[in-house]
Each structure stands twice: as structure tokens, then as C-alpha cells.
Write a protein that binds this ligand. Structure first.
Ligand SMILES: Cc1ncc(COP(=O)(O)O)c(C=O)c1O
Length: 389
């Protein structure tokens, strides 16, 4: 362990403040470190390991594809990405899919598609502005940092990509004001802001934003990188808001632990991208897509009902407990506002065998959807003890 830590400090770029633990294996929501200590995982690698560690069905699908063909250029047809795209479209109502490798890349595609759609419509690039929401997080590339509606991400790496304006979340009048002031092609939102503090947008507000988008000729883009793939209790969060977006970006849980991002294109933009206008060497990788197909095909009504049930159990346990000011979120994406600093809670919980995350001053829980009720309540009991002390 010491050796790995030293080598990490010497050779890995200093972008991560790592916790003092070396994880080596796991099964479902149980993870082991190099000392053999067991942890209950409420983080899932930041909402990625949607079926936990070493899930048998996902692993078999990955291994089977791995032993046949691990990669082929997008210049040729391959089966796994096509099967996955068809399944995603059938389940979402979207029409076509562009595959990349991460959330940021899925959002880059969403942004490019919206701008190209406006270019095709108006014949020039003047309608290129995208309204995003304050408190949002859309990625770490220069453009997705620009899209992110948090000032702290808009320094040190400039110049940033122009063409983003930021509306107050939960304030539809602010969206309309920006739509009037700028030539906009789209409004982009996370229906439950993850990094920004696990805050779900209100249904009425979202419906007003959709109406404003319609009125001002803007597309709706929903960033489901974190909320997608069953996390919030529906396959995609928009499905509980009563509208169908024009573009949906997703990643994280989609690949179940392998890098995979997808930009789902609705009817109005299904033909916006043409040959040569966008691409990604690894996008639609057969191994990642074979695993994702297994995952998406298993996120059925029963599993989603289970997610909602576990969410209710967790919230019931947490709400009103000593030291907890509020509980927020959707499904198994839960934010806990504590009297204690969130970072302290998370590091003490880790010492006691519970993996949790922070999000903008809150404790964030995004466990594997397959966590057992027993594991969930045990982990929450430990968390509550830490928070109450
Ligand atoms: C809502 C949202 N969008 C985009 C991203 C960026 O995803 P990635 O880190 O895979 O590029 C994240 C990552 O946390 C996210 O939560």
C-alpha cells in the first residue's frame, strides 16, 4: 500500500485529492481494500457501477465480447453498438444515438448538435447561445466547463468557449429573460443537479422551461450523465417530468464501469449530424456497448420499483435524524445537508466502512441500484451515527 501511494504521488497528475485507502476487489455493493477490510459502497465510483462490482450478467457480456472483438473503427459496422442504440431508442423515444466515452463527450455532442441544428435552420452561426442553469455541472473539457453554471469553474483555464448564459435554477422568468436577450438554440439542464448539491428541479418549473423553449424556438437538452440509467427511479429522469427532450446526454451508469457516453437524438435533430461532422475513435466500443446492452435490458419495471422503494427507505431513515438539516434528491441519488462539514462526515464514514461522496457541501449517496435493503440500512445507520456525533 505505501509503495502504491508513493508511486501515485510521484507519477499521477495531481488532480485528485485521494482518500487514504486502496481498493482491490468487490462484489455487488461490498468492496474490499488491500487489508481485507470490507466497505458498503454508497458511491458506486461516482454513480458508475450501477449494478455494483463484478455483476455476473454484465461481466459475462463484457468477457464474451472481449474474446471476440475488442475494438474496430467506426469506419465499419459492428453489432454491439447497433443493438444498444436500438434498445436505447426503443426505451427512450429518441431516434438515433451518437456514442462517445464520457459524460463530457456526450455533452460536447449535444452542444454541437444544437448549434448545427440552428445553423441549418438560420443559415449562419448567430443562434448559437445555449442557456444552462446556475448550479449545474456538465464536464471538464473547456466547452463543458463553459456550459457549467458555476463561476468557480470559469477561471484559470481561459479563454473559455463563448455562447453560454446562465439562468437561475427554479426561476422560469430568468430563462425567458435570457431567451429574449440572446439568440439561443437550446436550453440545457440536469433535472437533478448532482455535483451542484443533489437538487431536483421542480416539475412545474421544468414544464415552464419546456414551454419557453417551444415559444422561442429552442431545443431542450437534458444532461442525464448522472441521473440516467435507472438512478432516479425511472430509466431517465425526464420520464418523471412528463416531457420528451430533443437531446439526452448520458454516461456513468450506462457502461456499468467501462467508459461509455451516449448522446440520444430526438426527432427534430435525428438528421442534424452528417458524415464527417462529428466522431470519436473509441465511441461505440464493442466491449463497452455489449456490457451496456446487458445493463439497459435489465433495468426493468421491477428494478425501477425497487430503486424507488430503497430511496424511500433511505429518506425515511435520514429525514429528521440528529445533525441532518435536510435531505434532497431523486431515487437513489440522495443529498444530505448536515450540521457538520460534509467532508468530515465522508472521511469518518470511510474509516467505519462506508463509502460516501460529497457534493457542494452535502453528503451525496449514489449507491449501486442493486444494493440490498440490509446493506443500505446498515450503511445509513453508520452514517447517521457519524453525523450525530
Ligand atoms: C451531470 C454531469 N454531466 C457531465 C459530467 C461529466 O462526465 P465525465 O466525467 O464522464 O466526463 C458529470 C460528471 O460528474 C455529471 O455529473
Amino acid at each position: 500500500m505505501e509503495n502504491i501511494k508513493e508511486l501515485d504521488r510521484e507519477y499521477i497528475a495531481n488532480t485528485y485529492a485521494r482518500a487514504d485507502v486502496l481498493f482491490t476487489s468487490g462484489q455487488g455493493a461490498q468492496i474490499f481494500d488491500d487489508q481485507g477490510k470490507s466497505y458498503i459502497d454508497l458511491g458506486a465510483g461516482i454513480a458508475v457501477n450501477i449494478f455494483g462490482c463484478a455483476d455476473e450478467g454484465w461481466r459475462n457480456a463484457v468477457v464474451e465480447q472481449l474474446s471476440k472483438l475488442q475494438h474496430m473503427s467506426n469506419l465499419y459496422y459492428t453489432e454491439p453498438c447497433v443493438k444498444l442504440a436500438k434498445l436505447l431508442c426503443e426505451r427512450s423515444g429518441m431516434k438515433r444515438v451518437f456514442f462517445g466515452n464520457s459524460g463530457a463527450e456526450a455533452n460536447e455532442c449535444a452542444i454541437k448538435t444544437a448549434r448545427k441544428w440552428a445553423f441549418d435552420k438560420y443559415g449562419d452561426e448567430s443562434y448559437s447561445t445555449i442557456i444552462t442553469l446556475k448550479g449545474s455541472f456538465h464536464g471538464r473539457t473547456i466547452t463543458t466547463l463553459s456550459a457549467t453554471g458555476q463561476e468557480e469553474f470559469h477561471t484559470k483555464f481561459g479563454p473559455f468557449t463563448p455562447g453560454f448564459v446562465y439562468a437561475s435554477a427554479q426561476d422560469a422568468a430568468d430563462v425567458e429573460r435570457l431567451a429574449k436577450e440572446h439568440k439561443c438554440c437550446a436550453v440545457m439542464m440536469e433535472l437533478c443537479q448532482g455535483e451542484g448539491g443533489v437538487n431536483a428541479l421542480e416539475r412545474e418549473y421544468v414544464n415552464q422551461v419546456v414551454e419557453i423553449a417551444e415559444k422561442y424556438g429552442m431545443l431542450t437538452i437534458v444532461d442525464e450523465v448522472q441521473t440516467g440509467n435507472g438512478r432516479t427511479g425511472t430509466l431517465y429522469a425526464y420520464m418523471q417530468y412528463g416531457f420528451t427532450p430533443d437531446i439526452v446526454s448520458t454516461a456513468k451508469g450506462l457502461g456499468g464501469g467501462l467508459p461509455l457516453g451516449a448522446c440520444l437524438l430526438g426527432e427534430r435533430v435525428q438528421d442534424t449530424l452528417d458524415a464527417g461532422s462529428h466522431g470519436s475513435t473509441f465511441g461505440g466500443n464493442p466491449v463497452a456497448c455489449a456490457g451496456a446492452y446487458n445493463i439497459i435490458s435489465r433495468i426493468d419495471d421491477k428494478l425501477l420499483e425497487d430503486v424507488r422503494k430503497k430511496s424511500a427507505i433511505a429518506r425515511r431513515e435520514l429525514e429528521g435524524s440528529k445533525g441532518i438539516k435536510s435531505v434532497s434528491g431523486l431515487g437513489l441519488m440522495i443529498g444530505i445537508e448536515c450540521e457538520k462539514p460534509a467532508g468530515e462526515v465522508v472521511s469518518e464514514a470511510l474509516k467505519r466502512g462506508v463509502i460516501a461522496l460529497t457534493a457542494h457541501g452535502k453528503v451525496r449517496l449514489v449507491p449501486p441500484l442493486t444494493i440490498t435493503e440490509e446493506q443500505l440500512t446498515r450503511a445509513i445507520t453508520i452514517l447517521k451515527e457519524v453525523i450525530a456525533e
